[in-house]
Design a protein around this ligand. Structure first.
Ligand code: CU
Length: 125
């Protein structure tokens, strides 16, 4: 019996369950974000950091493994800049984050769940 291993498995399951149960709510708010933004479709200039996107942390939900970000255009997801909730791939990514942090991140569409897979701090202005 390895208690630590069990803990990781249990929290992984909890994350899946909470993501599934809350999915409709944030999916709806995400769509709202898109339409609220309307057609001001000017691409935001992005620094040359591959497919990393600029974002600012608005809210961190460490227990739920969710992150509210105000983000720039995400070209790989065909998404304009907005504020929305992401799931994070690993809750450990949230440990050092707090509201107001400027970050760069990678996000994927994982079967309809927008999931942050990588976060780095944004350096300077
Ligand atoms: Cu978005």
């Amino acid at each position: 019996m390895n208690p630590q291993r069990f803990f990781i498995r249990a929290t992984g399951l909890a994350l899946v369950l909470s993501a599934a149960s809350t999915s409709p709510a944030w999916a709806a708010s995400h769509q709202g974000g898109h339409s609220a933004h309307g057609d001001h479709g000017k691409p935001t200039a992005q620094a040359a950091t591959g497919d990393m996107t600029d974002g600012e942390v608005r809210k961190v939900d460490k227990e739920g493994g969710r992150l509210t970000l105000k983000h720039a255009d995400i070209k790989s997801l065909d998404m304009p800049g907005m504020t929305m909730v992401f799931v994070v791939k690993d809750k450990a990514m949230l440990v050092t984050l707090k509201a107001g942090d400027k970050i760069r991140f990678k996000a994927i569409n994982d079967s309809g769940k927008f999931t942050v897979t990588e976060i780095v701090p944004a350096k300077g202005p």
